[in-house]
Design a binder for this molecule. Sequence first.
Ligand SMILES: [Zn+2]
Length: 416
Amino acid sequence: MTAAGPRIADFRIDGARLTARLDALAQVGAIEGGGCCRLALTDADKAGRDLVVEWMRELGLFVRIDAIGNIFGIRAGREDGPPVMTGSHIDTVRTGGRYDGNYGVLAGLEVVRVLNAAEILTRRPLAVAVFTNEEGARFAPDMMGSLVHAGGLSLAEALAARGIDGAVLGDELARIGYVGDMPVGTIRPRAFVELHIEQGPVLDAEGVTLGAVDSLQGISWQELTIEGQSNHAGTTPLRLRRDAGFAAAAIALFLRELAQRMGGNQLATVGRVELVPNIINVIAQRATMTVDLRNTDADALREAERRLAAFTADLARAEKVEIRARRLARFDPVVFDAGIAARIERVAGRLGHSIRRMTSGAGHDAQMMARLCPAAMIFAPSVGGLSHNVREFTRPEDLAAGADVLLHTLLELAEE
Ligand SMILES: [Zn+2]
C-alpha cells in the first residue's frame, strides 16, 4: 500500500453514515421507544440478516454462510490465508436496544467502506462476522453461533435446541433460509476484535470514551425445577405444606445474600420464575426458575455454584420438595489477548480518545473466538449503563470514536 501509505493515519469512518445504518437496521423489528425485537431466527431476524447481507454485497464483500447460519463478509487481502476478523451479532432480546451487537457489525462494514474508498488492499484478508443467536433469548445457550464456530458445541446439538416457544432451532434456521453450505469452524481468523457497547455504567460514570476489554466474566446458567404439592391455601397447615413457590422464593433470597457475602465480582440473578398452577389460593405444586451466576474468577464462580447446590439440597429436605437442576449454559471467565488489548489502548491514544482497561460484565462472541485466535474487545459507553432496554443509547461521537479505533486496530493487525 505504498502510494496511499502516508494518508492512512488520517482515515476516519463516517460517523453520520454509521448512525444512519444503525437507524435503518433498527427499523427492522422496531418496537415502541426506539428499541428492537429481533429474536434469533424469527422473521424479523431474517429481515435484519437480509439487509446486512445486502449491505455486505454492496461493499463487494464475498458473503459466506455456515451451517449454523453465521454470516461472514470477506474482503480479500494482498496475500491469501486466514483473515483478521471483526463482527458481533444482530439478534436482540425481546426488549432490546438498537446498538447491542448491531454496532459491532455495522462498524465493521464502515471500516470496509473506508478501505474501499481509499482503494486500500490490506496484507491479510478482512472478515466481518454476524454470529447466530448471541442473545440466547429464544434458544439456549447464548453466544451459540460463535460457540459452535469455535468447536465448543456440536452443530447437531445446536440445531436440536428447542426455543421458549417450542420451535426447533434447525427448523427455524431452514425456514428463514440461513442454512449455509460452509461447514462450521471453517474460517480460523488470525485475530478477532469485537466492538460493542459497554452495556454497563462504568465508562459513562467515569467520563471515559472507550474501554479496552482484556477479560470477561464467567457465566453459569441453570434452570431449577421444584416439585411440591398443590393444596388448599386455607386448610393446609404450614408444617404439612410442600410449597414449591416458597422454595423458589427462598432460593432467590439465598442467592442475593450469597452474592453479598462472597463480595468481589460475584453476581446472582433470578430472572424467570413460573409457578404452577399460579392461582391465588393454591399452594404451588411446581416452580421453574432460572439462576444466572457470574464472576471474573473461575474458582469463585465454582464456589458459588457449590454453595447453591448445598443450599437447595438442604431446602429440599426441609420443605419436602424435589429440586432438579438443569445446566443451560456455562462459560469460564476469559482472559483476552494482552497484545491486542494494549494495541487498542495505543490506537485510541493516538487518535486522541480517552480509554481504560476493563472487564466485560456480559458475555460476547469474542469470548468464543478467543478459543481460536488472539482476541479482544473495544467498548463504547452506554449512557446510564442501560442495555437490553429500548432506552439503550450511545452518543454518536462515541460510536464514531469506537469505530475509528476498530478501523486502525484492524489495519495494524491486517498488515502483520
Ligand atoms: Zn451483544
